[in-house]
Write a protein that binds this ligand. Structure first.
Ligand code: SF4
Length: 430
């Protein structure tokens, strides 16, 4: 289900440095933060996500998980019933019973997230207190944490941000004499993680840790000697929490496409004083291979116009990649939130004058999209069908989260995600 918030509609066109920016606050059509569970449960292999929500939340998870082929059920929904909503039952007792049953049946669980939803927020169920109560009860074998994935508080990728931010206070403190360490924040596919680890080894950058880790027993240490780089652009709360623990951010564009990957790696290498010759010897070949691999899609995509509805917060780095490496024209680049600090290096690479929009008033944005008639429209599942019915070619933004897209080896796969719907449309027309 999409969260459709009907807020007072205001729209303002204001200048944002050299970019025209439309700020909107109206109806928005975007998944809620529960969606993040679908990729997070595959990352932390001994974790379990228990959504405290309604049947609607359970349906959302099931249909989002249905997009994937081999989803393992390391998530479930504890359904809040009508008695709970009417305040007739003690939800805490019921929640304790559900968690006890779950942990008895699944002794492999080491980390349990209680995930808040719209219904749990409406009845003001305090999941952080429940988590600390249950943590004490099941320590040391199981740690219980909580975060909100509700559509009232979060959109789509903000669920991952909330999840990782809830982990940060529990990360071990680095030792006082610890050498500078690199922390990569943001869930990326394991295959990509392995590629980056090999590159960091070759550059002499390390030790390297990833957040989230593959197992809850391998949480990365954090402290004043931690330099962290974001692998995803939607981690505002996680970044704040890491900085509160003393970590320092390495500012960089995001590792999407050959250029983005090189600039991201370069910023990290600079923080470790890796000299230019060594950097080139490690990255040149892979960068060149990635640029060559983009050739076929560039032929198809160059000169085509793309329109982004605000959804995943990946929009600005993707727009930079599509315009600079594939020659696409940027129609409107919408994002739910424009984090100027984390996106400063990305914005510097966008063509001057790119039309940005922040927030959403979905009807007005649909009007602008239909008037523009872009060649490719990147949007959530809820908007794709009506736009396709209007003869527009769409790309589901959710696929960009389920597919490994970061790094050199994935640059062509990322371009392919945008080329495929166009090829399909051309075939249908033929
Ligand atoms: S958390 Fe809210 S928006 Fe998300 S599925 Fe549940 S009811 Fe819908």
């Amino acid at each position: 289900m999409s969260s459709l918030a009907n807020l007072s509609a205001t729209q303002a066109a204001v200048g944002c440095d050299e970019f025209p920016l439309i700020r909107e606050r109206g109806q928005r059509e975007v998944f809620c933060g529960l969606t993040g569970i679908i990729w997070l449960h595959r990352k932390i292999q001994d974790a379990f996500f228990l959504v405290v929500g309604s049947r609607t939340c359970a349906h959302l998870l099931q249909s989002a998980a249905g997009v994937m082929i081999f989803a393992e059920p390391r998530f479930a929904t504890a359904i809040i019933g009508e008695r709970d909503l009417a305040g007739l039952a003690d939800c805490n007792d019921e929640l304790d019973r559900v968690v006890s049953r779950l942990l008895e049946r699944r002794p492999d669980i080491r980390l349990l997230f209680l995930v808040g939803s719209c219904p749990s927020e409406v009845i003001k169920l305090d999941l952080s207190r429940a988590a600390s109560r249950l943590s004490q009860r099941f320590a040391p074998g199981v740690r219980v944490l909580s975060y909100s994935g509700s559509g009232i508080e979060t959109t789509f990728t903000q669920g991952e941000d909330a999840c990782l931010a809830s982990l940060v206070p529990t990360l071990p403190e680095e030792t006082a004499d610890a050498a500078p360490a690199l922390l990569i924040a943001g869930a990326i596919a394991e295959v990509v993680e392995d590629q980056f680890r090999r590159i960091f080894d070759a550059l002499g950058v390390g030790p390297v840790h990833f957040l989230p880790p593959r197992r809850s027993t391998a949480m990365p240490p954090v402290g004043r000697n931690t330099r962290y780089a974001l692998a995803q652009p939607y981690l505002a709360d996680t970044a704040r929490a890491l900085e509160a623990r003393g970590a320092t951010r390495i500012a960089a564009p995001f590792p999407l496409g050959a250029e983005g990957t090189t600039l991201w790696l370069r910023a990290i290498a600079d923080a470790w004083n890796v000299d230019a010759a060594r950097f080139r010897s490690v990255t040149d070949l892979a960068g060149e291979r990635a640029r060559r691999a983009l050739g076929r899609q560039r032929t198809l995509l160059a000169g085509k116009r793309v329109f982004f509805f605000p959804d995943s917060q990946l929009e600005i780095p993707l727009a930079r990649f599509l315009s600079r490496e594939l020659g696409m024209e940027l129609g409107e680049v919408g994002t739910p939130y424009l984090h100027r600090q984390h996106l400063a290096e990305e914005l510097a690479l966008l063509p001057p004058g790119t039309q940005l929009s922040e927030g959403q008033h979905v009807e007005r944005q649909l009007d602008r999209c239909r008037a523009m008639r872009p060649d490719v429209t990147v949007c959530g599942l809820g908007l794709a069908n009506p736009l396709e019915a209007d003869g527009l070619t769409t790309k589901w933004s959710i696929e960009l989260l389920f597919t490994p897209i970061q790094g050199y080896e994935q640059a062509a796969d990322l371009a392919e995600l945008f080329a495929r719907p166009l090829v399909r449309r051309l075939r249908l027309e033929a």
